[in-house]
Design a protein around this ligand. Structure first.
Ligand code: ASP
Length: 426
């Protein structure tokens, strides 16, 4: 048996991660502020390998969502089923996001990480303009699908693919032929995902080494409590709330779920992007957890775009934290406003690194809190971004499994089989 077979992908990614961080920290301490390291490693080798890895994942996003969603919807001949699926998925997403923000604000009020004596003078942060709600809704519908594909506009691609797949299912025999073609294309795309997954340990190594070399440690001290509260609530939401919801709604074992989620969470953690992780999330849900393509192809791309519980948690904690630092008391109305705007902001957050922080400006502005507060916490955001992305994609997958089970579209045999979809070259 080759070494390759003995060591699972999770173990390899973890080794890549650990050695990347280790090497980064070592070099940083051995050669502090070295120009050569910065030029040839941080922004050289590590940057190149890490970026290639992320690009390879991203390159699959558009073809994967299109092909997979066309496969899924073209097999859903009954329009009412599509409506029911959409209703269930969106309600579940909103429900978990509301739990996430409530937990976040509850814990922040309880722990009070915001110290009013903290220095806030001289802080500046220029907020980018957030789009209006009306525009957000109009923008879901593409005027030009090719443009949507080129720009990678996920919601527009979803809308176009659903309509396209729906039409295929309604043209009889001709539709059958096209559907077979799309099913074959789907196999090809999944195969490419598997190949890229095999590259993950090296990609993750480079990403972590670059991170460790560039991360500032001094920013941590002042906002350490904030960091701990966000990280704590993220862990509770991802590793307690989701498993409990899974057990409650489906009766399935959460332990199996968590075990099978590990690889995807590591991908999300290292890329800090739900979108870049999407190919792996989809492959995992279908091959490892047994979610039928009809459900996975719809719930997961939608989730990667609109369902960001981890982001909502950061926004909930950050808002209350900033209010505490500035000594501003939030009224009941303000809290409701935070829940509403943080839900909308997390929906509007694109699944790419750091966008949650930009959308936080919108939440702060809505409740009249100083946007400069962002400057206080932005230094520790990179690590939190990684953790919340892992939570974001776990929330999408848990919804996918619950919806699939309720529709009778979950393969229990695959869910319970520890080996299902295990070999990445399968
Ligand atoms: N990085 C997050 C994601 O892709 C979004 C964010 O909170 O910035 O899921």
């Amino acid at each position: 048996m080759s070494q390759d077979k003995k060591l699972g992908l999770t173990a390899k990614i973890l080794i890549g991660m650990g050695s990347g961080i280790g090497l980064g920290l070592l070099l940083r301490n051995l050669f502090p502020g070295s120009e050569l390291i910065e030029q040839y490693l941080t922004m050289g080798v590590f940057h190149v390998i890490g970026s290639i890895f992320i690009s390879c994942l991203k390159m699959l996003m558009v073809p994967l969502v299109f092909v997979s969603l066309v496969c899924g919807t073209s097999s859903l001949a009954d329009p009412s089923k599509l409506g029911r699926l959409g209703g269930k998925t969106i309600s579940f997403y909103l429900f978990t996001t509301a739990i996430a923000i409530s937990l976040a604000m509850g814990f922040t009020l309880l722990i009070q990480p915001g110290d009013p004596t903290m220095a806030t003078q001289g802080l500046t942060y220029v907020a980018k303009e957030a789009p209006s709600l009306a525009q957000v809704i109009i923008n879901i519908f593409p005027t030009n699908p090719v443009l949507a594909f080129t720009e990678g506009n996920m919601l527009q691609i979803i809308v176009f693919s659903v309509i396209f797949g729906f039409a295929i299912s309604h043209i009889g025999e001709k539709g059958e032929r096209i559907r077979t073609l799309f099913n074959d294309l789907n196999e090809v795309v999944m195969k490419v995902v598997s190949l890229i997954m095999a590259m993950a340990p090296y990609g993750v190594f480079a990403l972590m080494a670059k991170l460790a070399l560039g991360l500032g440690t001094d920013t941590f001290a002042s906002v350490f409590k904030y960091f701990l509260v966000v990280a704590g609530v993220l862990i509770i939401h991802g590793w307690v709330v989701y498993p409990a919801l899974l057990k409650g709604f489906t009766g399935l074992s959460p332990v199996i779920f968590l075990r099978k989620m590990r690889d995807v969470q590591l991908f999300a953690f290292s890329t800090a992007s739900s979108n870049a992780t999407l190919p792996v999330t989809m492959r995992n849900a279908e091959h490892r957890l047994g979610v039928d393509n009809k459900i996975a192809s719809f719930t997961l791309p939608l989730g990667a775009t609109v369902n960001m519980d981890g982001t909502a948690i950061m926004q909930g904690v950050a808002t209350v934290f900033i209010a505490q630092v500035w000594g501003i008391d939030l009224s009941m109305m303000d809290f409701l406003m935070v829940i509403l705007t943080a839900t909308l902001a997390s929906i509007g957050t694109a699944g790419v690194p750091g966008v949650g922080m930009i959308m936080l400006a919108m939440v702060l502005e809505q409740v009249g809190l100083p946007v400069e507060g962002i400057a206080l916490i932005i230094g520790v955001d990179r690590l939190l971004d990684m953790l919340r992305t892992a939570v974001n994609i776990s929330g999408d997958t848990v919804a996918s499994v619950i919806v699939a089970k309720s529709e009778g579209e979950l393969s229990l045999a695959a869910y319970h089989d520890p080996e299902a979809g295990q070999k990445i070259t399968d």
